[in-house]
Design a binder for this molecule. Structure first.
Ligand SMILES: [Zn+2]
Ligand SMILES: [Zn+2]
Length: 302
């Protein structure tokens, strides 16, 4: 059984789920952001400008770039949505990325709570992820209150550059240990203050390049995340796992607690794991190449 569709048989689309333009605190015009991602070889990007009541860095409206869509490059209406109540953030606000929002989705007011905001974005049809958990020290208790989100950013490229806090793996694993079926995303969060475009992306297997098809595949977990490694094939046959990938040095499957199995070498492009003695209800695949680039699969439930 294919855990994710094979890249040899199904079309994958490369996209950035999290980025900003001058409509919030980004440095470039929407057209310039789109040009940048097209030049980088992406198929889609999301101008997820901050949607919040503090207009010093946020907007009251969703950035609409749908008129700039082309047959081979699209944008998906998105926002980084905020509300009050976050510990360890200097403004006391939460950050969530919501992709596939209706253009009239309203900002939270000063009363809406984080669980309510996540639910409202989901009800509006969006794919909702916990943004940059490490960057603002998202606590386990906080993550548990918003575990109905679809995913966690396990890599945020601009947070990695600007504060050395780009990871979200620990928070994703906390939620998995508690049996929440959360997906993992890698994003740029590009503002163009630093060269933060093209560092973390998702590869989505979809029936076509349209906002609806991409959002449906994200919700179905038919994607993987990358900073430079490709997962070409990822299959499960009973307790046997087969992987084909671009050349890597390390592959590991991590499960509950500190459980992991791994293989290490040079230019590995195929690997096989047997999970007969793997006492976990779930596992997730991580690949690392010689240059320190990663790919992450979504968790697989056995
Ligand atoms: Zn943010
Ligand atoms: Zn952001």
């Amino acid at each position: 059984m294919e855990i994710i569709p094979s890249q040899l048989s199904k079309r994958f689309y490369r996209g950035n789920l999290h980025g900003h333009c001058v409509n919030s605190d980004g440095q470039l015009q929407p057209e310039e952001v789109i040009k940048k991602y097209k030049e980088l070889g992406y198929d889609f990007t999301c101008l997820s400008d901050h949607l919040w009541i503090d207009y010093s860095f946020a907007s009251s409206k969703i950035t609409d770039t749908t008129q700039l869509n082309e047959p081979d490059f699209i944008t998906i209406p998105s926002a980084e949505i905020h509300c009050y109540g976050k510990k360890y953030d200097n403004d006391g606000i939460w950050h969530f990325v919501a992709n596939g929002l209706p253009l009239d989705f309203a900002s939270a007011d000063d009363q809406e709570t984080a669980p309510q905001l996540v639910q409202r974005a989901k009800d509006a049809g969006a794919y909702v992820t916990l943004a940059h958990p490490e960057w603002y020290s998202l606590t386990f208790e906080e993550a548990m209150t918003v575990s109905h989100a679809h995913g966690v950013e396990v890599y945020n490229h601009s947070c990695y550059f600007e504060s050395g806090r780009g990871s979200g793996i620990a928070v994703a694993d906390y939620l998995l240990q508690e049996n929440h079926r959360i997906n993992l995303t890698a994003t740029d969060d590009s503002h163009f203050r630093v060269p933060d475009a093209g560092g973390g992306w998702v590869m989505v297997a979809a029936s076509e390049l349209s906002a609806n098809a991409i959002i449906d595949s994200l919700k179905a977990g038919k994607f993987y995340s990358s900073t430079g490694v490709d997962i070409l094939q990822f299959e499960q046959h009973d307790r046997k796992i087969l992987i084909e990938c671009s050349p890597v040095s390390h592959l590991c499957l991590a499960g509950s607690g500190n459980l992991a199995v791994y293989t290490t070498g040079t230019n590995i492009t195929k690997a096989e794991f047997n999970l007969d003695n793997f006492k976990s209800d779930w596992f997730r695949l991580t690949l690392i190449d010689d240059s320190g680039h990663f790919a992450w699969s979504n968790p697989v439930w056995l």
